[in-house]
Ligand binder design. Structure first.
Ligand SMILES: [Zn+2]
Ligand SMILES: [Zn+2]
Length: 378
């Protein structure tokens, strides 16, 4: 019974990996000698099988090179004509996670203090890799077509690689979240279950999968180890025992930024204007089955009260879901062209210079007129 379960699973994996039907995968596995007998017998000693010397063409069945194992093409097999960014963006799960993190975090690292601000986020890119691994394991249809991916990578075409991986990125963006209740209640239990699943795999079917599959599972095993480590309490710098956790909100941010790049819309952190004219800041993007964003989670802006009087700052507790149609782009400041972010057409710095006699600063409908707002002395 167990052997049957493993044979079925191996056939499923083989079918997904090679793009052949399940029945064909069963036939191929039945034709191949399986070195493990039942529990009562010693496994036969392993046999060394040489490998072909170059990646096989697409759809190779192994008949062209008898006695040698197939070498299915992987992004790592490209020559020097492909840039590092393209190659890594096509490599699942870790390479792509690293590239998506890099696209968002690298510009931050160039700002003063940036290396400190983005240090933890960059460190937690393994979580995105784990999300990719889970999605491609559970939904093999999200894997890009290998032939098309090979063509895109060999053409050094980053946009084509991104387009092929768009369904996977979208599924990941729809799974991940910035809402604490959703993370703790839905997403983390899913990842826990996947980690259990990976760890309960006793490795029997490794004998019938390809050497590349063995390597891929080793990578997933390392990711699961990292996931477990994040939830084991250690003594923190305050002397308390606490699990270090993982900065899970950044994964959503990286995926949103990458999809907005392709489909348009407002990236996380963008200032928008709601339907009634109130300014807000995009926190997370909600994606539908395809196309541009369908809705945004925004944070409303409130007048600053602590040393930032006269400016609008995001309310840290606000989390409003707004349909995409009700969000429009904030006009840049009419004088200097920077983000205005206030109810007027001018930014915080230009408003007092252009109209110095205005009574205080009107900041949209957020402040009632009778409430003395913190205004700058004239
Ligand atoms: Zn072959
Ligand atoms: Zn300005």
């Amino acid at each position: 019974m167990t052997a049957d379960k493993h044979a079925k699973r191996a056939a499923r994996n083989l079918a997904a990996r090679e793009g052949i039907s399940y029945a064909a995968a069963r036939r191929r596995l039945a034709a191949a000698p399986v070195d493990v007998d039942q529990e009562h017998q010693e496994p036969r000693p392993p046999v060394a099988v040489p490998m072909v010397s170059a990646p096989c063409p697409e759809g190779c069945e192994g008949s062209g090179h008898p006695g040698t194992a197939c070498w299915a093409w992987r992004p790592a097999d490209v020559g020097s004509g492909t840039s590092w960014a393209v190659r890594r963006a096509a490599e699942l799960p870790g390479g792509r996670a690293e590239q998506l993190a890099e696209r968002v975090e690298r510009p931050w690292q160039k700002t003063p203090g940036g290396p400190w601000a983005s240090f933890h986020a960059w460190d937690d890119r393994w979580l995105l890799a784990l999300v990719y691994a889970m999605l491609t394991d559970q939904r093999p249809e999200l894997r890009p077509d290998r032939g098309a991916l090979r063509a895109a990578v060999e053409a050094d075409d980053l946009a084509a690689v991104d387009a092929l991986l768009e369904p996977l990125d979208r599924a990941a963006a729809r799974l991940t979240t910035k809402v604490p209740a959703v993370w703790w209640g839905e997403v983390k239990p899913l990842l826990d279950a996947y980690a259990d699943d990976v760890e309960s795999d006793d490795g029997r079917d490794l004998l019938v999968v390809s050497w590349q599959e063995v390597e891929a599972r080793h990578v997933v095993g390392r990711l699961v180890d990292r996931w477990r480590k994040a939830w084991v309490p250690v003594r923190n710098h305050n002397g308390y025992m606490d699990p270090p956790g993982v900065m899970w909100i950044v994964v959503k941010e990286w995926l949103d930024a990458r999809l907005v790049d392709q489909h348009g819309g407002h990236a996380p952190g963008a200032r928008v204007r709601l339907g009634d004219g109130r300014p807000a800041v995009v926190r997370a993007v909600e994606w539908g089955e395809d196309g541009p964003p369908v809705a945004y989670r925004v944070r409303e802006l409130e007048p600053g009260r602590h040393g930032n009087v006269g400016r609008l700052v995001p309310s840290l507790t606000s989390d409003v879901l707004v349909p995409a149609a009700d969000c429009r782009e904030d006009r840049p400041c009419g004088v200097c062209g920077r983000t205005a972010g206030m109810a007027e057409a001018l930014c915080d710095d230009c408003a007092p210079r252009v109209a110095p006699d205005r009574p205080g600063r009107a900041v949209g409908g957020l402040q009632s007129p009778e409430r003395p707002s913190g205004r700058v002395p004239e």
